[in-house]
Write a new protein. Structure first.
Length: 66
């Protein structure tokens, strides 16, 4: 699902931006992008921070080598 979103949205956004720019002016495109960035940054506040014990990455790498 995440990959699909990452692949489809960049394809559709120039069309959406072009429509908004033609219909409402280029300033509306700026406001939509600024709002999207603001919402994405606010969403990051609610993502839990996963803490891993010290050396966990090193142990994982050594298991892959064997």
């Amino acid at each position: 699902m995440l990959f699909t979103t990452q692949a489809l949205l960049p394809t559709a956004m120039p069309l959406v931006g072009g429509y908004l720019g033609d219909r409402y002016g280029l300033l509306s495109v700026f406001y939509v992008i600024a709002g999207t960035v603001l919402v994405a940054n606010l969403a990051l506040l609610f993502v839990p921070d996963v803490e891993r014990p010290a050396g966990a990455a090193q142990r994982r790498m050594s298991r892959q080598e064997t």
